[in-house]
Design a protein around this ligand. Sequence first.
Ligand code: NG1
Length: 463
Amino acid sequence: MNTHALGTIYGDDQDVLAAQSARYRQAREGFLARFGPGPVMAFRTPGRINLIGEHTDYNGGFVMPVALDKDVLFLVRPRQDSTVRAINSESAFAPFAFALSAEIPPAPHGDWSNYFRGAGGEICRRFGEQVPIKGMDVLVSGTAPYGVSRGSGLSSSTALTVNAALALVTLNEIPVSRPDLAHLCSEAEWYVGTRGGMMDQFSALLGRRDHALFLDCRPSPQGIYALDHVPVPDSVQIVLLNSGVRHENVRGAFNQRVAECKIGVKLLQSGYPTITHLRDATPETLELSESDFWTMLEDVLPVRASHEALIRRGLDRRWLEDLIADHRLAAGVPFEVLPRCRHVITENERVLAGVTALRAGQVETFGHLMDAAHISMRDDYGASCPEVDTLVEIAWRQPCVLGARITGAGWGGGVAALVRRGRGADWIDDVRSAYERTTGLTPEIIVCRPGDGAGQVENLSLG
Ligand code: NG1
């Protein structure tokens, strides 16, 4: 194995490189054992931690994730027909095969092949009329500590989707820019039923080593996304504390929030027709003083309202019913409009303040913004859970922790902590034992390094 090629991706720590080399070798052996001898290509897509900007992406707002040095690795061989066959180095994920087409039938909910099906279907719809899309044989390797394992809060679903899409466009020689591919992949993930945004896919494809990605999730009228790479100061480390809690039916709660934000926009539009996304609701854009702005929001947006109460407030019945059907919402759940919108509006402000702070190296300020973002996710967006709140509070007590917050969609998963570098590792043991004592759960704690976006790993001599 050519460790030089791996060094350009994973850095120069010899222990890490030896482990990565063993990981690639094992993957190659697994691939050859299942699919037979012949040339093999490698693709990798990193996981991500979102530093700040949660649930803002699908509201046309701002986010600041970092791509990581942990990734999902595919070994791939092109096929001449349209079949995609995949195996996983983890036995929990059953092998599968399906034929690429514009309308690929989904596997049952929760089946990992759906990420490949979503990516494959989207590529066939966009490009399949110009060229017949050929399939591939794939071995997937994503086991911790170097992989992005499922439920670790690092967005393994996006890593799978993006890697599948990247492999397919590369093998089929389809020219597509990274932002276009990121956008395509974000729509591909709707296939699994979550109405999410595009943060994870942009981070996976456009991340840069030692940088965070500041992304404006509303494209220009020409479809261009504004983004910038902001250096993460050397004085800090980003650490993922995985709570070990994974809630079922997150999709329902997630889509409920998406719908609540859309209801907020619809209600605001009656007074302010220029608002198309919550990101437009600011004192500046509406030319209101700060206090008049918040008074107006409290007048227009209900804290909690039933379906019928929203219609009495002027929402069109048909529009609301379509929204409920489109987002597959459970019947009878009231809509908590004001707190959800308040989270998104204040979170956008925090991201903008966070970019300024990080650029200026003001890591303490950034840490405070992360703490405030957690409180907003917990209290206004209702997207935390008791175990994660406990873990965040334990992290806040550590003197070296500058800030900590729930990261990703929520309702379990991971906590992102910004930690002053060089203060030793004792705090990790303290966090682990305090969390174990309080909850009986063992957290997975991963020190992360911002890494590069997805790509083909070349010059590996994998044949
Ligand atoms: P995760 O944590 O990967 O489920 C989801 C959405 C993001 C974003 C965040 C909340 C997908 C694939 N990802 O992330 O777009 O909305 O929640 O900030 O839907």
